[in-house]
Design a protein around this ligand. Sequence first.
Ligand code: NAP
Length: 268
Amino acid sequence: MKGIRVAIVHNQESKSVEVTKRLTTLLEQSENKIDQDNPELVISVGGDGTLLSAFHLYNHKLDQVQFLGVHTGHLGFYTDWRDYELEELVESLCNDHQKSVSYPLLDVRITYANGKSDKHFLALNESTIKRGNRTMVADISIKEDLFEKFRGDGLSISTPTGSTAYNKSVGGAVLHPSINAFQLAEIASLNNRVFRTLGSPIVVGHHEWVKVQLQQSTDYLVTIDQFTIEQEEIDAIYYRIADERIHFASYRHMHFWNRVKDSFIGEE
Ligand code: NAP
């Protein structure tokens, strides 16, 4: 049976370091090979945040790479395997009938007021736009049409798998990851007799895009997952579902809504 090339990304928690050592030994003893530069499978050891880091390390190889998460803390949304199941995991890598699932990513394009070239990013969880200590003012268009003038603290634009992260904290809906769409949620919008926004999150289809045209200023804070984009004279940000998707090696399947229940509600 053919082994595969595996890269491991771990966080600095002592448990993750110890699990990584054990996993490396098991992989080296199997037909699989550790290859940090050119992997077919990227295993993250830690939490969902570690998987996010792994995604950003290898997001230039999304058509060649699958991801798999081992959690060393609590159950995560991107982490299917537990740290005491490493033998079983390595064995399953040699299985010819491996299946993978893929989930949508957010395509983010930033344009600049000073003529600087556009920047392009992929987000696995979300992108947010906020403004220093002033009200953020932006025209939000869906495709070519102006939808609303937003005033408030900011916006969160998330993928379905990111819907359980920051999006949920700002009142967005939890989306099943099989839905090929993205969500726009407001962060503390100003709503009164003068200023009006929809006031609820919207789910935008994969054939549509959202343009956020920002009022001229240099104090915007734009995040892409755990990263922050430098403050520059941003003109507009365009969001759509990316052509690329993230592929997860689904050696393990857990019902999505059970995972949501486990994470946020627990047992009665
Ligand atoms: P962090 O601030 O160290 O961790 C944020 C928490 O979010 C961790 O508990 C992480 O889980 C969890 N998380 C990450 N992705 C998730 C997902 N898809 N569904 C449910 N929970 C998720 O930051 P980080 O670890 O670098 O992760 C960056 C992400 O944190 C951002 O993309 C954003 O979504 C989220 N965040 C949320 C808030 C908020 O809710 N107010 C604030 C800042 C950032 P693990 O412990 O398993 O890693």
